[in-house]
Design a protein around this ligand. Sequence first.
Ligand code: HEM
Length: 367
Amino acid sequence: MRSTLLSLTILSLNLLAVLSQEDPELPEIPDAPDGDIDIIIDFNTGIVDGIPLPGDLADLNFTTSTSLTIAQILMLNTTAQGGTDLFNSNDLFHPCYKWTLITPILTELFKNNQTQECNDNARAAVRAGFHDAGTWSRKLAARNITQGGADGSLYLFDEAKTRAENRGLETITEILGQLARQYQLSVADMFQFAAAHATVTCPLGPRMRTFVGRPEATSASPDGLLPSSNDDANTQIELFRDKGIGQLDLVALVGAHSVSKQRHVDESRPNTSQDSTPGVWDTEFYGNTLNSDSEPLSSNMTTFPSDKALSQHPSLVKEWNGYVARQNDWVEHFSRAYLRLSLVGVQNIQKMVECTNALPLHRSTFP
Ligand code: HEM
């Protein structure tokens, strides 16, 4: 096990008291795995890896048990993965009830029944969750341009159809948008729930703790805030920092390319994957990217220059290498980083509800 470096700067007695208080309404949550933590957390300010808590959590005034839970996850105080609880209530008006009806529909959509692996719809749904959420900027928000983030605008304002950066997401966006409309669910939540569902539908994928209650977009998001496969590492780090996502979270998040295939990076080799096992949520991607210069990759694979650049950046090398054979560490970090991504630009986190128990169960084995 790598050395654990958990740097707690000035501890706020107030916040620590809140984080450790026993709330009878909080579900039983297992302790966060004490894996390899190179992340600096300041409990006094809620700043993790140099980044404040998102949206209306930033002032550390937690008014609901759910918002406290989210803060606990983001500050590594509890795990970012759900256990084995399944939704079990007859209350048709429970905020999670309709999501239990969506789950079998998404399983049908995302799973290859022959191989039991996840399929092209699942890859697209994970990417769609990112592209819907990733369109918000702290710098723009400071200038009162607050649109964007996880708000459903990918569907609601036709961004999947009209923006080049979203090429390939047209079909999944239409399916998810219409499903949300049919069940009268928030389109913004649908993209994030579907991304979480697709992730756990991939064998070995984590059952990420998943929250709903996002308002829908009332206007399009700002353009040009998503990364390109030709971006160097510093450009990507800055771009994500401006969304409220730190560089170590970025390293965990790009691991989603574990299940990815490209069509537009090298158009002469369509459908080539970014690792050797694109139907499985494993860490092959990290090793395959590192080895893409020294070992000839299979004809089915293409490494993105942007991923290569991150893998070689001096301040990320240790994290990248650390994930090569550490599935448990990666999926926990991915789940936490994805929670942050799924909340980008959301300003009513205090009112959100946890519906992790509406997701399928994690699969640690497959044929
Ligand atoms: C950090 C910078 C990132 C860059 C530069 C990037 C770039 C790309 C590119 C160019 C593609 C291929 C699109 C195509 O040719 O069809 C792709 C696919 C994909 N990306 Fe990313 N990405 C990034 C981060 C992320 C993140 C944070 C996630 C999710 C958490 C993600 C999930 C995916 C998935 C699942 C696919 C496969 C889509 C499919 O096969 O249909 N990416 N990405």
